[in-house]
Ligand binder design. Sequence first.
Ligand code: SF4
Length: 359
Amino acid sequence: MTTLLEVQDLTKHYPVRQGLLLAKQVGTVRAVDGVSFRIERGETLAIVGESGCGKSTTARLVLRLIEPTAGTVRFDGQEVSGAALRTLRRRVQVVFQDPYASLNPRLRVADTIAEPMEVHGIGTPESRAARVKELLGLVGLAPFHAQRYPHEFSGGQRQRIGIARALSVQPELIICDEPVSALDVSIQAQVVNLLKHLQRRFGLSYLFIAHDLAVVHHMADRVAVMYLGQIVESAAKQAVFANPRHPYTRALLAAIPQPDPRRRGLVKPIGGDVPSPMNPPPGCRFHTRCPHARPRCKAEMPTLREIEPGHTVACHFAEVLPPHVAAAEDGIAPVAAQRLALYAAARARRMEGRERPEI
Ligand code: SF4
């Protein structure tokens, strides 16, 4: 595998201003604070965490929709800045959470999908129209849908249109920002299966932003867990789910609803609120909620370090924490397993032609 995207020490701080003409800076919101990761070609990296942890801001920084305060983004070995930005805009596309808000209600589907090709000067009007039909077929829609408007579609169909638009310029990396969280579970299954199918067919890489661990379990190759603007654990999916080493990752896994009454209460759910990113706690940012916190945690910020090959954790005591009680693939999430079964059934129905892709 070769590295497609490399992010180093990415940082976004927002000044908080008050007073006449907002002249006085009274604080700094540390939305993203020194985030580093890489994505190989054909790989899916999922970034997970609670709302407000900085995962969507990270995605926007990678896309340069907002300017970073510090840090570098390298795409295919080249630092993204200046002229390289235009190339990035074609080779990296995004699928947003809200498929309705991300589509222009005044544009027909054909124009919506063709727009990125026009912007990048790809093809002629005729070739673009042909490509639109091809893309509609790829995402499970029909050619006649090209002449309709977004309000004429269901949520799942609109997300398919968003995916077709992202594919129109043949990207290598797609940033999926909570792409299924606004959809019903049965529709989620269809869209997730579609994303996986497209990845296999075109060798796509995904940066998958999500808070639903069942979806992440299905989609990801590797997982990075974010808390208060920092990555606190990163590893292959199996390692994160079966052997989580950071107390925050364990708390996230514990928060997955347990349908099996024998497993309920094995792990205490995380308590307290996420501290303000304007005033993050000193030392380890998780110490105000961590059940294993010790005096050192308040005084010294843990660095992200490799405790096993490919498994990095930002916790002083990662090696000596008691074993995770649900530390087994079968124990991580019966909900995830149920969801996987649902996804597999949806895929099987679709392959047998018993289910129309659009609902
Ligand atoms: Fe908990 Fe301390 Fe580890 Fe932070 S460093 S996660 S407070 S044990």
